[in-house]
Structures are given as C-alpha cells and as structure tokens.
Design a binder for this molecule. Structure first.
Ligand code: NAP
Length: 505
C-alpha cells in the first residue's frame, strides 16, 4: 500500500556520538524521521552494533541507519561486512530502517536483514544515466520495504526522470524515495513528496548537508511548506543561474502563506532558458503535468526569454528585458516589474516631474530605472564608466551620458546607484562615488540590497540626504509579480519581513 504523507527526514551528519545525540533531539520539531549517517562518526566502534544503543534508545523520531560505502559518498573506508552488519543488526534492535546500497544487496542479504526495515538505494553522483528507468526496475526488483534512487542533475531537465519514476512507482503502489542532487535538482527535493516520494531529506542547518543541493529542514517546512504542496498546487518560481542564493522564494512563499493560497514558488536553476520553457512551462510542449502560473526571470535570462514568449508588454519591450512571465490561456506573456518596483518607493518620497536625477551604471537595472524616471518626466543624466555602453544606453532613452567620475560636478537632486558597487561578495564597503559628491542632494537610492546598509547610503545619510534601500525595490517588484499571478493585493509588509529575514540569513 503506497503512502503519500509528505515526510521530511533530517540527516544527522555529526562527527561525535554526543553531538549526534544532541542533533537528533534538536531535529524533533523540524522533521518526521531521522537518518543517522554513522559513517560521519569519528568516535564510534563500527564493529559493535550494541554500541548503537546509547545513541538510539531515546531517539525522538523513526530513524534510518546508514553507514554509506566510501564508493557511494561515505566519509570513511569501513569494511563492507562490518558496516552492513552494524546497520542490519542495529535496525533489528534499535531503529526503524537501515539503508543498504543496491550494489551490496547480496552481501547484505547473507546477513539476514529484516525486509520490513530495509531500504535499498542507488546513487549516481556524476549524472543522470540514460537508462535510469531500467536501473530503477533492477533496484526495485530487490526485496525491500522502500527503494531509493538518487542521481545527479547536471541540468534541470534531468529532474524530469525523477518525476517520471515517482509517477510510475505511485501507480504501481511502491514505496520509492527519488531525488536529483545538485542545484538543478532542488525542485525534486521540494516537490518529491507531493508526487509520491516516501520522504525528502533535509539538513539541520546550512553547512551540515550530506549531499549537493540538500536544503535545510527549516526551509522545506517553513519556506516551501512542503506538507501542504499537492499535485494541484499552483507552481511559480524563479529561473536564473545561479538562483539558490535568491531571496525571492522566501518573499513569495511568505506572501502565499499569508494569503492562504495553494501556490508554491520554486528555485529553477536553469542554464538553457529555451529548453526549460519547452520542457517545463509551455503548455503545448511541457513534459510536467502541473499547474504553472508564472515565473520570475533573473540573470542571465532576462533578455534571452523574450523571443520565446507569445506576447511582450510594451514596458518590457522598452526596457529590453523581461523579469516576469505569466502563463495564461495557454500563452506565455512577458512583463517587467523592475521599473514599477523601482519607481513606487521613490514616488512615495517625492514627485519626479522636472526633478534632476543621476543614474550611476549602464547595465540591466539602469535600463529599468531610466525607463521609469523618463515616464515620470524626470530630467535624467546617466553616469557610467564605459563610454560606449553609457552613450548607447543614453541614446536609447534620450538621456545625456557623462563619465562616472564627473558625477561630483552634476547638480542632480536625486542619485540612484544602479551598479553592483557595495554589494556583498562584489565590493562591500565601497561606494561608487566619493562622499563629498553627495552633499546637497535630496535623495540617494541604492539598488544594492545585500547588505542593506551600504557605504553609498551611509555617506549619503551623513551628508543629510534622504535614503532609500534596494530592499524597497526588491519588495515592490515582487509585489507587482504576486498581483499578476494571483489577482490579489500583495501583503507587502509580510514580503518585506521575509526579504529582510532571507537577506540577513
Ligand atoms: P549589470 O547589468 O551587470 O550592470 C552593472 C553596471 O554597473 C554596468 O554598467 C557596469 O559597468 C557597472 N559597474 C560594475 N562594476 C563597476 C565598477 N567597479 N565601477 C563602475 N561601474 C561598475 O547589473 P544589473 O543587473 O544592472 O544590477 C546592478 C545592481 O542592481 C546589482 O547590485 C543588482 O543586485 C541590483 N539590482 C537590485 C534590484 C532590486 O530589486 N533592488 C533589481 C535589479 C538589480 P560595465 O558595463 O562597464 O561592467
């Protein structure tokens, strides 16, 4: 009888017995099951199954014992017979399951495991084999309570194989755990349980992952709310590369939760936007049976998706980039909410008609900023380090261009940093302009949102300017996306709090 109750299994990857016992107890509120990775332990005698007793007798949750073979990602070289005996004997006395590699099934069988406590697993850390369906059939033919297939997704399209295996196992009434490792496979970890996977694994904290792409139990339950996802849930998400650092899943999922909507927002790590839209999104060609409603689009796909869509909104055409896709009536419609997201917080501070504005930078964000400021009738000058890019972009938006170092001589009342200068991991603590050049300006607006308190804004505040952080644009453009996908007013305060939480973590 197949079970579909979504389960989160917290993986315990501590190196000492004492730390493992603590971690198991801490996992109590976050997970439904535990996997104790014995091969991580450095102070344990693997030849003594009865030494598992102090580790497991007070276990707070049903527990899987795993002592992974070194060849399949184990942390230590332990003799196969020793480690198999440890988990098979251990599962009989002290735990609910043991996880045996399919490659070692016959040796394990000679140790007489309890079949009702046996998980048989297959791992491929390099790729998704082309014959994965046949591999799954071979593994599932080995008598066990649960079978497990773990492969590496080198492209998000590899995730399709996992969803196919889960569909088949569900229709056959088998207990299967199936997932794809790596960032492109993260959607299988989030959606797997709603599509029949017996469980999904989570780490207890960042840095404690046992496999690539594993996310934390807290994110699985609180951000993605996987217990509530069903096959009918409405799918949204962000496509980009990389996307795993994005604050958008926290922001949008918090908004769906607040509004009681059966939506989920996923991170789609995508290298080829055209192929992704064909396989996952376009109603005519997609290979996923799901309700897709929309996408956020980020670097490097904002321009690349444009020729792939059925319709483009005029604002997105003017900006030359799409950051939002709405799937409606079988068609893909492209929009750009960056201009609206940028301008809304600025309009709350001041009216813009006739105001002198300086935009620093001539990249993708600057395009949305120029478009929005010009629409409001502001008098804009573009400052950038690259004269070719600056004058080209200025020409497109009928805006004068000046070299970045000339900003100090400008009479702009409002200055917008649309470069990444000051951003965490890029040039944190640096400002695009000298502090003295900010004296006498009215408003400084930084698009950088990580960190929130940039050097540029600190210098501006010291010079008496009013400041606006990049968080305001982030939240405001996300709110506009939310409203397009749901037709409801966005819970902006909840989205801001979620964005702050995501950025600070
Ligand atoms: P982009 O397309 O790469 O453009 C960056 C611009 O900054 C280019 O003109 C680049 O000049 C210039 N630049 C980079 N490093 C510089 C340096 N050291 N000195 C002078 N100029 C420099 O990036 P983007 O997409 O426009 O994003 C820009 C920033 O805005 C990023 O920090 C991004 O996170 C932020 N942003 C925030 C939001 C939000 O919602 N708050 C939305 C979008 C973007 P070259 O062309 O010469 O390299």
């Amino acid at each position: 009888m197949i079970e579909t109750n979504p389960r989160i299994c917290a993986v315990i990857t501590e190196e000492t017995v004492a730390a493992a016992v603590d971690a198991m107890h801490n996992a109590g509120g976050l997970a439904d099951m535990l996997e104790l990775r014995l091969d991580y332990l450095r102070d344990f005698d693997f030849t003594r199954p009865d030494d598992l007793r102090p580790l497991l007798e007070q276990r707070p949750l049903p527990t899987i014992l795993t002592c992974r073979s070194f060849d399949e990602g184990g942390k230590q070289r332990i003799g196969d017979r020793v480690r198999l005996r440890l988990i098979i004997e251990g599962a009989k006395k002290y735990a609910e399951f043991c996880d045996v590699e399919a490659a070692h099934y016959h040796e394990a069988a000679s140790l007489r495991p309890d079949p009702s406590r046996l998980i048989v697993s297959y791992h491929n850390f390099d790729e998704t084999p082309r014959d994965i369906d046949a591999v799954c059939e071979i593994v599932c033919a080995l008598p066990a309570a649960i079978h497990k297939i773990v492969i590496r997704a080198n492209d998000i399209g590899d995730s399709l194989a996992i969803f196919r295996l889960l569909d088949r196992s569900t229709s056959q009434g088998r207990n299967l755990i199936a997932l794809a490792m790596g960032a492109p496979g993260v959607i299988t970890r989030i959606l797997g349980p709603s599509r029949g996977s017996y469980l999904t694994y989570g780490s207890l904290s960042r840095g404690m992952e046992s496999a690539p792409g594993q996310i934390t139990c807290g994110e699985l339950s609180r951000v993605y709310r996987i217990k509530r996802i069903t096959r009918n849930s409405i799918i949204t998400g962000i496509i980009g590369q990389p996307v795993m650092h994005s604050a958008s899943p926290a922001v949008h999922n918090a908004a769906f939760e607040e509004m009681g909507l059966d939506y989920v927002y996923l991170p789609f790590e995508v290298s080829d936007a055209a192929e992704f839209l064909r396989q996952f999104i376009n109603p005519v060609s997609r290979m996923m049976d799901w309700n897709v409603r929309g996408l956020s689009v980020t670097i490097p796909h904002k321009t690349a998706v444009m020729p792939l869509l059925d319709e483009i909104d005029p604002v997105a055409s003017t900006i030359g980039a799409v950051n939002t896709v709405v799937v409606e009536d079988g068609r893909l419609r492209g929009y750009n909410t960056d201009a609206q997201g940028f301008i809304a917080p600025l309009l709350q501070a001041t009216q813009l008609a006739g105001k002198r504005c300086a935009v620093l930078g001539a990249g993708g964000a600057a395009r949305a900023v120029l478009c929005a400021l010009k629409r409001e009738g502001a008098l804009v000058t573009l400052f950038a380090r690259d004269a070719n890019k600056g004058s080209k972009l200025g020409g497109e938006f009928d805006t004068p261009y000046e070299p970045l170092e000339k900003f100090g001589a400008s009479d702009a009342e409002i200055v917008v940093n649309a470069t990444p200068i000051g951003m965490h991991g890029h040039s944190e603590g640096v400002s695009p302009v000298p502090p003295i050049s900010l004296r006498g300006r009215l408003i400084a607006y930084d698009l950088v949102y990580n960190p929130l308190a940039t050097r540029f804004l600190a210098d501006a505040a010291s010079s008496g300017c009013r400041t606006i952080t990049g968080l305001e644009m982030l939240v405001s453009q996300a709110a506009a996306q939310f409203e397009m996908w749901t037709g409801m007013k966005a819970p902006v305060d909840v989205m801001r709090a979620a964005a702050l939480g995501a950025i600070s973590s």
